[in-house]
Design a protein around this ligand. Structure first.
Ligand SMILES: N[C@@H](CCC(=O)N[C@@H](CS)C(=O)NCC(=O)O)C(=O)O
Length: 232
């Protein structure tokens, strides 16, 4: 059996992308919880930019979620998560890039931190950050709804790909906020996609991994108020 380790903290959006990819591929892995080490020398030795996840496979170590996901898809047997067609693959990469540039920042890093992460630590949300994120999120959802209408069951050519697995954790964070619930109520294609994703055994397995941690405070996130929060 391959020796695969995922390093991260349990509720991390990006960690859960990697867990989804490995689980869809049928790759068993160990999870190493870095929460007590975040920002410390032991963590920075694995990830010099002070982030997670990191993947280790038989002594090979790599960080950055896109690199990890592409590596995992090609290193392991199991269903391919990238379309064979060049243009469909380009569309998939566009989703990965859009997740990094627009979906994750506004849904998770801004709205999710203010509505979930900080309140779990007893820190008051900054409503200016929320207000600024909402129109950006609305654009993300409009694009996603339109693409699903054109592509069918999944984001690229109607079949599951890395695109769906990258988007799901940020959409999950969004769905746990009151603003997100209201916005998603008007998006039937996204709601259908969401239900389809929830029906996948791999998604259920990853949700079960996260469930015990979902409302637990992320202690190292206290520092994000100064380090990560945008100033308006
Ligand atoms: N570009 C990185 C982003 C990873 C990232 O932002 N991870 C967040 C968790 S979802 C993190 O490590 N946050 C820890 C911190 O900022 O202290 C990737 O693609 O892996």
């Amino acid at each position: 059996m391959a020796d695969v380790i995922v390093y991260g903290f349990p509720v991390s959006t990006y960690v859960n992308i990697v867990r989804l990819v490995l689980t869809e591929k049928g790759v068993p892995f160990r999870f190493h919880d870095l929460e007590p080490d975040m920002g410390q020398a032991r963590h920075l030795a694995l990830h010099p930019f002070n982030r997670v996840p990191i993947l280790e496979h038989d002594g090979f170590r790599i960080y950055e979620t896109s690199a990890i996901a592409l590596y995992a898809d090609e290193a392991f047997k199991g269903p391919s998560l990238q379309p064979a067609d060049l243009r469909q693959r380009a569309a998939m990469h566009r989703w990965l890039s859009a997740l990094n540039a627009y979906f994750y920042p506004y849904m998770a890093y801004h709205l999710g931190h203010e509505r979930i992460v900080y309140p779990n630590l007893g820190i008051a949300p900054d409503e200016k950050v929320v207000a600024a994120a909402l129109p950006k999120i609305a654009t993300c959802l409009e694009v996603m709804e339109t693409e699903l209408e054109a592509n069918g069951d999944y984001l690229v050519a109607g079949s599951l790909s890395l695109a769906d697995l990258f988007l799901l954790p940020s959409l999950t964070t969004l769905s746990r906020t009151p603003e997100g619930q209201e916005m998603l109520a008007g998006k039937p294609r996204i709601r259908d996609w969401w239900s389809r994703m929830q029906g996948r055994p791999a998604v259920r397995q990853v949700l079960a991994m996260v469930a015990p941690h979902i409302n637990q405070p992320v202690e190292h996130a206290r520092k994000w108020v100064d380090g990560h929060r945008p100033r308006y």
